[in-house]
Design a protein around this ligand. Sequence first.
Ligand code: ADP
Ligand code: MG
Length: 139
Amino acid sequence: MAGSITLTMIKPLAVQKGFTGPILAKIAEGGFKIIAMKYTRLSVNQARKFYEVHKDRPFYDSLVNSMTSGPIVAAILEKENAVQAWRDYIGATNPANAAPGTIRALYGTSLEANAVHGSDSDENAIIEGDFFFSKMERF
Ligand code: ADP
Ligand code: MG
C-alpha cells in the first residue's frame, strides 16, 4: 500500500560536510522510500520562492543565503503518514533541541544549517514535490 509523501532537502552545509551518504543511509534505515531524488543548486529566486512563507521573518535573507551557498540533494520520500513520520525522524528545528539519534541532532550545525528540510503538511509536501520534480522524475 502506498503511503503519503514528504519533501526533503539535504541542505548545503550538510552536503559540503560529506553527510549526504550517511543521511541517505538514515532515510533507508527509517523505512522511507525514495520516490524521486536530485542533486541540484537553488538559485536565489528559487530559494526565496521555496521559503516565501518566512519572507517577513528576520532570518529570511540569511536562510536564503545559506540555502543557495552550495548544492543540495532534494528528494520525495514515501511512507505511511510521511510528513509527521519524517519530522519526528529528523528532530526539532534547532539541532540543539533535537532528540539524540535524529538526523538534525547527528548532522545539524546550527538552527539555520540544520542538515535537512521536512514538509510541514500533506498540502505543502505536494507543492514542494512539484517545485522540484516532474512526473517523469518520480518512480
Ligand atoms: P522547519 O524546517 O523545522 O519546518 P521552519 O519552517 O520554522 O522550520 O523554518 C524553516 C527553516 O528556517 C529551518 O529549517 C531553519 O533552517 C531556518 N530557521 C528557522 N528558524 C530560524 C531562526 N530563528 N534563525 C535562523 N534560521 C531559522
Ligand atoms: Mg517548516
